[in-house]
Design a binder for this molecule. Structure first.
Ligand code: OFO
Length: 174
């Protein structure tokens, strides 16, 4: 059984995961608006991943006898100065999310909630990947500078990002 504190903290995290999804969909809209469909595709996959994260928390709450209470979503950013700006915001956002996952983990330790600690381990590792993905693309973009041709090459590469179902087949069964 989830404690009330843990249940509330996870409900807050469900909200953050959906807010993350909303932010990345907003970034996808920005990239579509400047004709970079590969970047937009990458962000739409990110949008799907964040929804999968939210659902993973949702299922866990019910697996542990808790109750999901959905909260309102904030307005996502809609103005981006450049692809570098969008990925700088992505990087900063993922670092904040890592902080929240760490706080959840710390709460699970404090409450001696071993099932939540085990469940959260997946998210601890996922955040390492989330930060690395954003950081790799950001570094690439910084090196590209104003070279539009290279930007288009990156766009073609990002268009290859597979859908979450192809990379997280285990998520549904977990
Ligand atoms: Fe759910 O990891 Fe990004 O925000």
């Amino acid at each position: 059984m989830l404690s009330k504190r843990m249940e509330e903290a996870i409900n807050d995290q469900i909200q953050r995961e959906f807010e993350s999804a909303y932010i990345y969909l907003s970034m996808a809209a920005y990239f579509d608006s400047i004709n970079l469909p590969g970047f937009a595709h990458w962000m739409k996959i990110q949008f799907q991943e964040e929804q999968a994260h939210a659902l993973k928390f949702y299922e866990f709450v019910y697996d542990r006898g808790g109750k999901v209470v959905l909260k309102p979503l904030g307005q996502p950013p809609v103005e981006f100065q450049s692809p570098v700006d969008a990925f700088e915001q992505t990087m900063a956002h993922e670092r904040r999310i890592t902080g929240h996952i760490n706080d959840l983990y710390a709460l699970a330790i404090e409450e001696k909630d071993f099932a939540s600690q085990s469940f959260l381990q997946w998210f601890v590792e996922e955040q390492v990947e989330e930060e690395k993905n954003a950081s790799d693309i950001l570094e690439m973009l910084k090196r590209v500078g104003d070279h539009y041709h290279t930007l288009l090459m990156i766009d073609r590469e990002l268009a290859q990002r597979p859908a979450p179902a192809e990379t997280q087949a285990d998520t549904a069964s977990e």
